[in-house]
Design a protein around this ligand. Structure first.
Ligand SMILES: Cc1cc2nc3c(=O)[nH]c(=O)nc-3n(C[C@H](O)[C@H](O)[C@H](O)COP(=O)(O)OP(=O)(O)OC[C@H]3O[C@@H](n4cnc5c(N)ncnc54)[C@H](O)[C@@H]3O)c2cc1C
Length: 336
């Protein structure tokens, strides 16, 4: 069997590697960083099905994940929504998730090279799962940190402000540790706690005060900028999956699910290639499968994201939610 080389050992790369190993395919994952590591992420997986996780052979990893079945939304200081999730979201820190996936990949006989940054080049048998493409002109900044002593109000909290939104997710059973992760339009702000500065600038002062009363785990603080949402610029010859192929706006909590789903989309074509199939055909099949699965979902999410970024959009959402006409479950289905 031919070996598959995977560039990028994040969620798409490792889950694909595990699934291929379970089908007897030799796999090398080349990862630029190391494990465990904190990543900018809201740390809840929304939308992924048990069937997908089982198909990839990674369902066991989520046995002990938290199950979040409620979500509450605020626009500014005003609570606008308290709703049951259509399907519980899975809660786990990226520190834990990426490491568990790495361990499973190695246990399945996968080969892993860490500290190995791969040049962005297409090759037969190479799958590109190296995450979002660097875009210097980007307007976005993602920030994340773990806090203790920030009591939650129940369920997944989403706070939407002027030029950004932030999610609060419990990452321990007792709710003692909370992940705070936001996406903001970049501004020239400084401060010891940048998330707090951004919250104030977005008109989310009450939430900023709550965080200031808590204790920030400095080691967990991470930030990311220089990316575009939506389809990424991908060279014709490159076989890319996950964020490297397209990025859904983070408020959906669906990016990790898409990383797993994209691995699932690519699986059978890669197994056929490894068994002697044609590489160009394999690449084309994967590209078509991704387009079919994600095009509508990501376009819809981008539309809503744009809506949330305008004052009129937020006012409309607030009005619809408070008067009980917001089709929350329908929206959730479109976004996962
Ligand atoms: C602010 C923010 C909040 C988010 N919140 C959520 C959320 O709550 N729920 C959710 O589901 N999703 C969320 N996401 C999205 C989610 O984090 C991503 O969709 C997901 O991590 C994509 O997985 P991936 O495997 O494609 O990429 P990644 O997880 O980014 O993995 C890519 C890997 O490739 C490695 N790499 C990079 N370059 C190279 C190279 N040249 N050679 C080798 N290795 C390389 C990196 O080190 C990394 O390990 C959020 C994103 C942002 C920005």
């Amino acid at each position: 069997m031919k070996r598959i080389e995977i560039a990028g050992g994040g969620l798409a790369g490792l889950s694909l590697g595990i699934a291929l190993r379970k089908r007897g395919v030799p796999v090398l994952v080349r990862e630029a960083g190391s494990y465990p590591r904190h990543k900018v992420c809201g740390e809840f997986v929304n939308g992924v099905t048990f069937t997908t996780l089982k198909n990839l052979g990674i369902a066991g990893i989520f046995e002990n994940a938290l199950r979040h079945s409620r979500t509450r939304w605020w626009i500014g200081a005003c609570e606008v929504l308290d709703a049951e999730m259509a399907r519980p979201a899975l809660g786990m820190s990226r520190w834990e998730m990426d490491e568990l996936l790495r361990d499973l990949f190695l246990a399945e006989g996968g080969e892993l090279q860490v500290g190995d940054r791969v040049a962005r080049e297409a090759r037969q048998g190479r799958v590109w799962t190296a995450g979002r493409r660097l875009e210097k002109e980007s307007q976005w900044l993602g920030l994340k940190g773990h806090f203790e002593k920030v009591p939650l109000k129940g369920g997944l909290e989403m706070h939407i402000g002027d030029g950004g939104y932030v999610g609060l997710t419990p990452i321990a059973e007792d709710g003692g540790r909370v992940n705070v992760c936001g996406l903001f339009k970049r501004r020239s702000l400084r401060g010891e706690n940048l998330t707090v500065s951004y919250l104030r600038a977005c008109g989310l002062g009450k939430l900023a005060e709550r965080l200031e009363d808590g204790v920030l785990d400095e080691a967990s603080v991470t930030g990311v900028s220089g990316f575009h949402l939506g389809a990424q610029r991908v060279e014709e010859e490159l076989c890319s999956l996950g964020d490297a192929e397209r990025m859904i706006p983070p408020f959906t909590g669906n990016g990790m699910s898409m990383a797993f789903e994209s691995a699932e989309c690519a699986l059978e074509s890669l197994v056929s290639y490894a068994g002697g199939g044609d590489w160009d055909r394999c690449r084309e099949e994967i590209r078509a499968a991704l387009e079919k699965r994600f095009k509508r979902r990501v376009a819809f999410a981008l539309g809503l994201h744009g809506f949330l970024m305008t004052g009129a959009g937020r006012a409309g959402l607030s009005l619809a939610a408070r008067s009980g006409v917001l089709p929350f479950h329908w929206l959730q289905r479109q976004l996962s």
